[in-house]
Design a protein around this ligand. Structure first.
Ligand SMILES: *[C@@H]1O[C@H](CO)[C@@H](O)[C@H](O)[C@H]1NC(C)=O
Ligand SMILES: *[C@@H]1O[C@H](CO)[C@@H](O)[C@H](O)[C@H]1NC(C)=O
Ligand SMILES: *[C@@H]1O[C@H](CO)[C@@H](O)[C@H](O)[C@H]1NC(C)=O
Ligand SMILES: *[C@@H]1O[C@H](CO)[C@@H](O)[C@H](O)[C@H]1NC(C)=O
Ligand SMILES: *[C@@H]1O[C@H](CO)[C@@H](O)[C@H](O)[C@H]1NC(C)=O
Ligand SMILES: *[C@@H]1O[C@H](CO)[C@@H](O)[C@H](O)[C@H]1NC(C)=O
Ligand SMILES: *[C@@H]1O[C@H](CO)[C@@H](O)[C@H](O)[C@H]1NC(C)=O
Length: 442
């Protein structure tokens, strides 16, 4: 009997957990996204996504130490919000294509059914971008280590930014930026290890791309065609004109299973400090051939339900109104509420800001947005304690006009409506200046 009772508890618990995943965990574009197991910002820039048996793998560039190649990193998630670092697919070698001062960008992985291999394509270059090549590697597990096969110019053409597209029938294509001829589309060979000239097929295709403005964002466009060989429509903007695609550059388009919801994935590059680049992920609206995209401060994806919703109503809890202790005091903060924030958090005296009576009726794991300022060029860290449960969060630099920035906390609130959130450090370092907590009402 005891065993049966335990089992039924476990099942109830698993069921509740499954319900939590889609309840109110938000995607917050442009924020610090802390990986579940590293306490650090997700380092997967210029990324692609591949789904394997209900798990999503985010594969992108590690920019921890700047622009030159460090790792192609892999993170996993089942809800597109909480990401766990798994490991690198490729890492820097002592020399060659993957050596010091090399460029390895825009990694994309697709699975080849015929060979049973995962195939990784990427842009390979020297530090002045004069080689303009593609490189290919293969792996036997999606998020394991990959074997690098080499690099070359596809069909003899320059190739810089790339994308991969895999069609329902298994044919796949390389989208490549050929500086001399513009955007080109090549077919991949059956084993996905090389390209051939594209072959004709009839379907409906959408393609997303940016213009050429270096690391700076511009108004990205989309084009559509009934065949990969064209004719392609003229480029049309899909985000609000003049916003530079909400300050982002397209790197991937991810349809949810079922294909009703389609997510735009862009990079908001910080060219002076690449590790602090953030991610702008937003749902697209597609009506026939008309594609549009609204900006959102945050939103709630439901990947298994193939839908999304707006974030719940939220309350703002200001640092200037919180309790400051142990030497924490108000500091000026341009762009913050009342142009002030709770500063001197942490440091030698462990300065502390305490938010008491934080109202919420949310009973599940939920998202608290922490708005802050960090004028350094490196990250700051702080421990956030929610009703006594503590988590370490990273706070990216907010110089270059990004004040206040946001760092995203996933936590369990007390549905009786009364929470205490305490922010400090205990390692002698200073945490960020705290502008406000944005807390879901339900
Ligand atoms: C960044 O550089 C530091 C110092 O050289 C090194 O310890 C660290 O492993 C590097 N990180 C990555 C991701 O390459
Ligand atoms: C680019 O850098 C390589 C070394 O990585 C060098 O050999 C080459 O001359 C440089 N080319 C230009 C155009 O600066
Ligand atoms: C790719 O195919 C081209 C033309 O068919 C060939 O010349 C080239 O050697 C191939 N490259 C690789 C890496 O297999
Ligand atoms: C595309 O743009 C060109 C130049 O503005 C214009 O002449 C042409 O009619 C457009 N084509 C379509 C299909 O709208
Ligand atoms: C495309 O959709 C947007 C948003 O629904 C709408 O405002 C716009 O008029 C549509 N454009 C066309 C050409 O249908
Ligand atoms: C919060 O502090 C500001 C001054 O910084 C004050 O004007 C405002 O009334 C305070 N709000 C509350 C709810 O105490
Ligand atoms: C956060 O708390 C942990 C556990 O007490 C401690 O080891 C770590 O140094 C703290 N980090 C900061 C930045 O305060």
């Amino acid at each position: 009997m005891a065993q049966v009772s335990w089992l039924s508890n476990a099942i109830t618990w698993a069921f509740l957990l499954a319900g939590i995943a889609s309840a109110s965990l938000q995607i917050v574009p442009g924020a610090t996204w802390r990986a579940v197991n590293t306490h650090a910002h997700v380092q997967a820039h210029g990324a692609g996504v591949i789904e394997v048996e209900g798990t999503y793998y985010l594969i992108g560039e590690d920019k921890t130490n700047g622009s030159s190649f460090q790792h192609v990193n892999c993170y996993s998630s089942t809800n597109l919000v909480e990401w766990t670092y798994v490991g690198p697919l490729l890492s820097r070698q002592s020399g060659g294509d993957l050596g010091p001062d090399r460029v390895v960008e825009r990694p994309k992985v697709i699975y080849n059914k015929k060979t049973g291999k995962y195939v990784l394509w990427m842009h390979i270059d020297n530090s002045n971008y004069s080689e303009a090549k593609v490189g290919v590697a293969t792996g036997s597990s999606v998020c394991g280590s990959y074997d690098y096969l080499g690099s070359w110019q596809p069909l003899g053409h320059q190739s810089r930014d790339i994308g991969l597209f895999q069609d329902d029938d298994g044919t796949a294509y390389l989208l490549t930026e050929d500086r001399a001829n513009g955007l080109r589309i090549d077919s991949l060979t059956d084993d996905y290890l090389n390209v051939t000239r594209y072959s004709q097929k009839n379907n409906y295709y959408f393609m997303f791309a940016s213009h050429l403005t270096g690391w700076s964002a511009n108004d990205n466009g989309y084009s559509y065609a009934t065949s990969m060989s064209g004719p392609w429509s003229n480029w049309t903007t899909f985000a609000t004109v003049g916003t530079d695609t909400y300050n982002s550059q397209t790197n991937y388009i991810l349809p949810f299973p079922g294909g009703k919801t389609v997510m735009y994935m862009g990079d908001r590059w910080v060219s002076s400090n690449l590790f602090a680049s953030t991610y702008v992920w937003l749902p697209l609206t597609i009506d026939g051939t008309n594609v549009t995209m609204q900006n959102q401060i945050s939103w709630v994806p439901d990947v298994n339900g193939d839908t999304w919703s707006s974030s719940p109503a939220e309350t703002k809890n200001y640092g200037v109104n919180a309790t400051l202790s142990n030497g924490a005091k108000l500091v000026s903060c341009s762009g913050c509420y009342d142009d002030e924030a709770a500063g001197y958090i942490g440091g030698p005296s462990e300065g502390t800001v305490t938010f008491s009576n934080v109202y919420s009726r949310a009973s599940d794991l939920t998202t608290v947005q922490i708005q802050y300022e960090n004028g350094d060029s490196s990250a700051r860290y702080a421990n956030i304690s929610v009703n006594g449960a503590t988590e370490l969060l990273e706070f990216l630099p907010t110089a270059s006009g990004q004040t206040p920035g946001t760092s995203v906390l996933f936590c369990k609130l007390d549905d009786k409506g009364n929470n205490e959130i305490v922010i400090t450090t205990s390692d002698g370092t200073y945490g960020p200046d705290i502008n406000m907590l944005v807390v879901p009402e339900s």
